[in-house]
Write a protein that binds this ligand. Sequence first.
Ligand code: BES
Ligand code: ZN
Ligand code: ZN
Length: 478
Amino acid sequence: MELKLVRSKSSEIEADALVVLVPEGPPPPEFEKPLAALYSSGEITGKLLEFTLLHGLEGYKARRVLIAGMGKPEKFDDAALRKIAGAAVRFLKPKGITSIAFAMGESSAVIEGAILGAWEPDYLKTDQSGKDKAISLITLATSGESALDDAAIEKARIIGEAANLSRDIAVEPPNLLTPLTLADRARQIAQACGLSFEVLDQDRMRQLGMGALLGVAQGSANPPALIVMQYKPENAVSADHLGLVGKGVTFDTGGISIKPSEGMEKMKYDMAGGAAVIGAMQAIALLKPPIAVTGIVPAVENMPGSRAQRPGDIVTSLSGKTIEILNTDAEGRLILADAITYAKQLGCTHLIDTATLTGAIVVALGHASSGVFANNDELLERWMTAAKQAGEKMWHMPLDDEYRDLLKTVYADIQNIGGRWGGACSAAMFLKEFAGDTPWVHIDVAGTAWLDDAKPYLAKGPTGIPLGSMVNLALNWK
Ligand code: BES
Ligand code: ZN
Ligand code: ZN
């Protein structure tokens, strides 16, 4: 997909389709006459994501003009722009339209939205003829005084494409994407964009003492892998070292505490956090933020094989802390515990982890916002700022000491579940135990990492969240 920034009047732009915004309410002056009938009939109202496709509109060089409702101007922001651009692409692409121009060039969010909107989860369909209907050119028409430049467009492209890469990985079925194939994908990406790369195999993890991770992995015939991707800046602003840790459970059956069969296929997405970290590392390698960043993805398959760990088992984690396993389906926190400890051993001074960790966060927040837990107010604030820029909604959740009591057991240092209520909080509390004093933010994306149904602006399947926030956090580092 070629991207072009042009400084010219939108009416002068040649394209298969030109997208123009209209606010909710009466027609803007330039459309008052030509669209009077459409407005008076109520066909155009300007409501967000309302589309009206016109052919041969007088005064426009584009073959078609797509009138796109932007909603109420006071509520209009980059997030709305991303949605409109994505929805426009999804509306126009099936019609065989290959070049789209957007007359809304004040923000590069258009580019991100268009790239995300173009992604489809159908790579394993044998009939790929629909792929001919791909958008080959996106033009952004911007006014002379706009601050937008080619560098901003390039940044949006890199982030959009990295998100689609992470969606490509997350959507792969669990028979094809095992921990080892995930590690291979990560290796290819690291080599292509110049990141240093390492995988710890099962033997190495045994030597190091990653008992929590290995306990989860032992029920599967597919061995685990701990993926490490590293970016070192030439222009570091400090000795800070950011660790991005993503849950990489390539399939979560629940293990011996097996899940009900209905909907279990969705547990192929249980590595979406890991996929977001891998995609973020690609974007970071290309955008070169001024901070060292290490991406770590503990990759395992949670299966109930004959060697599977049992409820009642007690494992010793890399940190040395012992953990009583009471539910083998609470596996994400076990692999993250060792990955977080390992990140600290590698010298990370600030940690972000992202995981499809609990059904409880979906009960609490639904599918709109990801849950955010932190042990450090400053890093939390940086995270929230980065997320706002990315248009990824986050909700700060509590992590008070009371939740620690839920994890007490007489048999070990900690147990891996906290009971029925506040399940997202006790899960986060478990991770906090391993983050210790290192500034850390945990993002539970169980409700936001994938869509059960398509939106006008996004296909069904993985969303890439919170890749944009992670990349912005690194880019903003001071
Ligand atoms: N991968 C699941 C969490 C999940 C649930 C993600 C629904 C997306 C949608 C996680 O490993 C899990 O099974 N968590 C349990 C924890 C419980 C056993 C304490 C849960 O949330 O039920
Ligand atoms: Zn589970
Ligand atoms: Zn899981």
